[in-house]
Design a binder for this molecule. Sequence first.
Ligand SMILES: Cc1cc2nc3c(=O)[nH]c(=O)nc-3n(C[C@H](O)[C@H](O)[C@H](O)COP(=O)(O)O)c2cc1C
Length: 809
Amino acid sequence: VWIVPPMSGSLTEVFHQEMLLYKLKPSYEYMDDPWKTHIWKKDRDRKVSADRPKRKFGFRELARAVKFSAKLMGKALARRVKCTILYATETGKSERFARSLCEIFKHAFDAKVLNMEEYDPIYLEHEQLLLVVTSTFGNGDPPENGEAFAKSLHEMKTPHNTQNGEPLSMSYFKMSTPSESDDKGDTSPDTTGNLDADDGPLANVHYSVFGLGSRAYPNFCAFAHFVDNMINSLGGMRINKMMEGDELCGQEESFRQWAEETFKTACETFCVGDDSSISEATSSLSKTDFTWSPGKFRLTPADKEPKITEALSKVHNKTVLPCKLIERTQLQSQNSSRQTILIKLDTYGASELAYVPGDHVAIFPKNSPDMVESILARLHNAPPADQIIKTEILQEKSTPLGSSKIWEQVEKIPICSLRTAFSRYLDITTPPSINMLKQLASQATWESDKDRLENLANDIHAYEDWKHERNPNLVEVFEEFPSLRVNPTLLMTQLPLLQQRFYSISSSPKAYPGEIHATVAVVKYNTMGGVGPVHEGVCSSWLNKCDIGETIPCVVRMAPSFHLPDDSTLPVVMVGPGTGIAPFRSFWQQRKIEREMLPPPTHGEKQGWGEMSLYFGCRQSTVDHIYESELNACAKEGVLSQVNVALSREPGKKKEYVQDLLKKNSQQIFESIMKKGGHFFVCGDVGMASDVTTTLSKIIQEHGKMTSEQAQSYLLKLRESNRFHEDIFGVTVKAEVTDKARDQAKKAWKYINSTNKSTRTDEVVTRIPSAEILIQNRKRRPPSRNRSHNVYSEGVPLYDSSDSLSPEH
Ligand SMILES: Cc1cc2nc3c(=O)[nH]c(=O)nc-3n(C[C@H](O)[C@H](O)[C@H](O)COP(=O)(O)O)c2cc1C
């Protein structure tokens, strides 16, 4: 090639550069559009003369080609292996995980996600690939929407052992769940499956289970283990070992790991997908459809917003009804450093809010207005805070004729103002997730803020430590990173939903028709082991401050395993320190009104009302002995045969806890429960419940002349026959226990990571004891103020009321 200056070629110097053109073969070439050049079979034999004009393709031909390829695609998709993903959740995390899992599996399978409640177990036998993602609640129980599925599995396993429509004892979850993973320390994927797979109704089902839970609970991931064991014993073939995700440490990371492994093994098992599709699929874990990016979401003005209860019903997929706050009473003395309130709600006679003593009420709270204001102040390019808006997503819709982009409403957030969204629908108090931090990094204008946010988001250990130490809410994150100015659509679409808080109902429907009472401890604590900023419980502080007459959105949740026995001649022992007394108020009110209205019961040879004895615990008789006058009146009338109060900080008296009183009255308890076939109820935090169970086991050993193993199996039988009832609150144990549990969780998680990824860790890993052992082994420290607090978690401390339940009464 000669390069000649453009002007005066003869006067100026001439430059030239030789160039060579190589054409390397084989090579990829652009192809002519096939619909323009393709010759249909029938035309092939015809001689196409060179001078014949090129055939033009009209709409008919194009449509034919599109139809043909759509049919081919349809056939290919129909041949895909079906994959059913079932989830059960209480606060929504398992559902989120299940949906991300579906995004991965869609790359090679015909995957769909279903809530366990919507799934008909009749189809189980016909599943090819079944994946289960579930949390555990209560004390080793399934989430509410997993209960029916659990029963179906149990019935499949032991068809003759169901109790004619009677609720089955939930204890079988615990019994069938020897937390194997803790014992073996073996975390490698189990692809061996079930060796007895040939016999069993689920012999053709390949499956794997992921459990969400918290190591701070004795029955860690018990329900997930139950599902895993049940499917396995019904013949199911495990394609990957069940994995646990601990909310105290690395839950998301564990899920990612399990999801990747499970996808790989599933592809191998069914001979689908290749390496590139596997890596493409797993990378979709971090960018699901609803991940935020600028321009993907928008806020548009809207006319009318739905009522809060209607919107909440839609968002949470349950019927949320309005109640009215009619009364609030402070139950502790004015000198107390803590507050417990009794709230009375008017249900407007709604039949959906009918309940039985022992049931729970779920309250949908409102965030603190000050926090909402601070968040609104940090939004960038936001519409006015009170303007009604609709949140929309730009969705790519593919049709047989191609794809097009349209704006669709994001169903997660109802039409409302930004202020309402942050007050009523979005969770602004739970520490942001790793993904959220990544996205927030893009909104920081200072490099230093951006770098730190990215570092936190990329270093899982630094993130976990930061989250655990500060438990930061969104406002504190904004304070820590002052340059953050956030696009409102990022928060609207990425923040988790504000969840309901459950309280044990404290009234009898017979004594107070049309009313629901709840006993609520007002949660307030300092983060960072007592030296950080004050955090308040969302629901309890709202209930403590809102006006009388305010609408409180509610749902009643049945707790069939915590109901009084049908046979009222049987003795009942109730143990409930602090706000653990809540459900027992509904019991004594019910008994009082029944005694007034009904003749004394008879059951076989037994006659008369069974004894009801209460074990209550608090700090000081003059400070936090809640419901004292009501209890005294009931004792006087004979409604309660005994009221035993343990005082842990009474001046001039030895510390006493409910367990000590149980020991003192051990002979009597043995008579009531073992001899007379009575029922034992415990309500309170997990640490106390665990101590009480140990005490009861010792009483059985001592008075029943049994070995420790015999006493344990007797306790199991009590649970089985629905005579040992527990209503366990969210983790509220002292910081020391939570810290210990978390340290163990951290070790477990590091260990799992190290074995799976074959990386060396310098940390000496000890075998992980279960939380129960941790709790049993803990040494009581001298009481320290402000140290008890709710569990740190990405999830919510569901029971706001738990603060006062620490064993430090
Ligand atoms: C009241 C309450 C009880 C709980 N009980 C248990 C339990 O017994 N075992 C366990 O492993 N986790 C327990 N957890 C922890 C939850 O399983 C954990 O928060 C999980 O991440 C929630 O997932 P979800 O949003 O899908 O329901 C409990 C949490 C709360 C608030």
